[in-house]
Write a protein that binds this ligand. Structure first.
Ligand SMILES: O=C(O)CCC(=O)C(=O)O
Length: 275
């Protein structure tokens, strides 16, 4: 696995709010993580690890159309030992921390996002407003476990949109461009499509506007994503992927530092000597 970033990649991420990191995983690693994902997906019936009704309202309102945008399974690290090894990899966490310019990162969530054959496009949106903390440095690693192409729904970004630092959003619904009603200033910016070979990782800031095209092929597009939050992030009152019980135990402003939900992946806590 390549785990060093070039100065150009870092500068490009800072400027545009996204960057394509080619060749992070080699062929054997891609095969290994694809198999792990297949097993984890087969073992997981619900979208989230526990019974769905315990999570945020977004997940209860999911409709037929959204189900045909992608097959989405969240926090597989909690239910699959193999996926946990990938998601909690300290080297990925170190790259995330370097891009975000923070001392440490925790996992906010992971997602398998499989755009099935002939799946719907992913409407433009930004990620951070969905989450249970506010940070303008949170970021997502979108790991391509099959080639992502213009034909099968690779990601597409509005460059520089992260700089606005606003947390208003549009839903991932049938209207591909409703985000541009919320942010009319982005209408004139040319979106940048990001095809990437299997084993590459596309990174985006949580405030960078993005979407993906329809899958116009008979094959499945496989991605595994990891969303990182800066260590020290605090609860903002939104439920998102937390259970009702977790939310009831939190007050706005509390640190999200429970390792059972948001493990610190960089720097990785070392076992204390003698313990
Ligand atoms: O994979 C997709 O189609 C969309 C991914 C996305 O929106 C994300 O990873 O934040």
């Amino acid at each position: 696995m390549r785990h060093r970033l070039t100065a150009m990649e870092i500068a490009s991420y800072r400027e545009n709010g996204f960057v394509v990191l080619d060749g992070i995983f080699d062929e054997d690693e891609v095969r290994r993580w694809r198999e792990a994902l297949d097993v984890a997906l087969a073992a997981r019936r619900s979208r989230l690890p526990l019974h769905e009704r315990e999570y945020g309202s977004f997940f209860q309102d999911v409709d037929d159309y959204y189900d045909k945008v992608f097959t989405q399974k969240i926090n597989l690290w909690m239910t699959s030992d193999a996926v946990r090894e990938l998601v909690l990899d300290e080297r990925l966490g170190a790259m995330a921390a370097e891009l975000a310019r923070v001392d440490g990162v925790r996992i906010w969530l992971d997602q398998a996002l499989v755009k099935e054959a002939y799946a719907n496009p992913t409407a433009f949106h930004i990620d951070a407003p969905f989450w249970s903390f506010h940070s303008d440095e949170a970021l997502t690693f979108w790991i391509a476990l099959s080639d992502a192409t213009l034909q099968n729904g690779c990601l597409c970004y509005i460059p520089g949109s992260q700089k606005l630092k606003r947390f208003d959003n549009a839903e991932i619904g049938k209207d591909l461009g409703s985000l541009f009603d919320v942010y009319p200033e982005w209408r004139e910016i040319e979106p940048v499509p990001c095809p990437v070979r299997a084993g590459g990782v596309v990174v985006h800031n949580g405030l960078t506007a993005h979407g993906a095209g329809a899958n116009m092929t008979p094959n499945r597009r496989f991605a595994m994503t990891i969303a990182y939050m800066p260590d020290g992030s605090t609860f903002n009152g939104q439920q998102d992927v937390l259970t009702r019980e977790q939310v009831e135990a939190l007050s706005v402003g509390d640190p999200l530092d429970d390792d059972r939900q948001n493990p610190l992946v960089f720097p990785r806590p070392r076992a204390r000597r003698g313990s």
